[in-house]
Ligand binder design. Structure first.
Ligand code: FAD
Length: 330
């Protein structure tokens, strides 16, 4: 991913699309058709495939990564969580990714470690007792086992991280030392949680760029964008992710909340305005955007067209990078 970003002509923006592995054969065949269409018409710089916490989607995530990387020829980034997973599951995921030619891993913690973690056989030495407590442990583990073979991304939270283990007190200042640790351990890029508060994002990016460590001066920081698919969905998602919905934006959605088509239309306006604002602000790196597609096509396509993020010719993204599997580490 970072090689492709570095190869972009100066000032050329890019975007990535996120997909999750469907649960049913019908869902898979629908997604396959959609991915085929989207990759040709939208031409993302790369796609990402989510990973179910604790490895719950391991096989399906790998199948989807194989479809993206091998069959559709898309540069693919596999999300990988490390808590509540035994070390051999992490090893298998990395080996499978390597064998598929997937060279990018988004290294994540996943759910907070459970002290009662047990594997399928009732053995309980993974999770909290294992070596993976935080995402940084996974970054270190990958670097130790695979050197520079994988390009590693890590998550960041413009409004501070929060989950069920500590929903209150989220703040960037609390997270910052740990983000510094992840980048210091070898992360190559940052991908953010979704947000709608553009001021919070601006402050976050500036804080990182100005950080005294110098680690973030030119590091790709890719903001996460959530297209608005429906009124209920966006209320639920912002609540779950603890993202603040500024009242001015909520008011625009409240006015049309009874009309699904209008919600989508206003949603496209809102996200396009956020993208345009960020795209037009100065950056030491080409501007990139990550879209949480929820496997849906329309809203993201409208936003990409509106904000002129679709590369004009397929050759813009055809920086061929050899993706030969490496011999497995010992
Ligand atoms: P970490 O970087 O480990 O941080 C977690 C929290 O712990 C933060 O509050 C941090 O400040 C704190 N912390 C870190 N290190 C320490 C330390 N040493 N001591 C004390 N506190 C510490 N989840 C999935 O299950 N599957 C996915 O596919 C997935 N994809 C995601 C993609 C993106 C772009 C993002 C932003 C999140 C994604 N998540 C996914 C969610 C993620 O797993 C959760 O948000 C998780 O709770 C935190 O993961 P992290 O990698 O940020 O953890």
């Amino acid at each position: 991913i970072t090689t492709k970003i570095a190869a972009l002509p100066p000032g050329t923006p890019y975007f990535s699309l996120e997909f999750f592995p469907p649960k049913t054969p019908m869902g898979s065949s629908n997604l396959r058709a959609r991915l085929d269409r989207m990759s040709h018409s939208l031409r993302p710089l790369f796609v990402t495939v989510t990973w179910g916490a604790g490895g719950s989607t391991a096989d399906r995530s790998m199948e989807l990564a194989e479809l993206c990387q091998r069959e559709l020829g898309l540069t693919t980034c596999l999300h990988l969580t490390c808590t509540n997973m035994k070390r051999d599951m992490v090893d298998r995921a990395l080996e499978d990714a390597n064998a598929l030619g997937v060279r990018n891993i988004l290294a994540l913690r996943g759910d907070p470690p459970r002290s009662d973690y047990k594997d399928g056989n009732g053995n309980g030495d993974g999770g909290a007792e294992g070596e993976f407590e935080w995402a940084v442990d996974l970054v270190r583990y990958i670097r130790k086992g695979y050197g520079d073979y994988f390009c590693i991304g890590v998550a960041a939270y413009p409004e501070g991280h929060a989950d069920e283990s500590h929903p209150e007190g989220q703040s960037l200042e609390h997270d910052l030392p740990y983000l510094v640790e992840k980048v210091g351990a070898g992360a190559d890029f940052i991908m953010t949680q979704l947000f709608f508060d553009i001021d919070a994002y601006d402050r976050f990016e500036q804080r990182l760029r100005d950080h005294e460590s110098g680690l973030f001066k030119t590091l790709p920081i890719i903001p996460g964008m959530m297209p608005i698919q429906s009124y209920q969905m966006i209320k639920r998602t912002t609540k779950l992710s603890h993202a603040k919905m500024p009242s001015k934006i909520m008011e625009r959605l409240d006015v049309v909340k009874g009309d699904d088509e209008m919600v989508k239309k206003v949603g496209v306006d809102i996200v396009s305005e956020i993208v345009t604002h960020i795209k037009n602000s100065p950056s030491p790196q080409p501007r990139g955007f990550h879209f949480y597609t929820l496997n849906l096509e329309k809203a993201v396509s409208f936003i990409l067209e509106r904000t002129k993020l679709i590369p004009c010719s397929p050759t813009d993204i055809e920086c061929a990078i050899t993706e030969e599997p490496l011999p497995l580490p010992l």
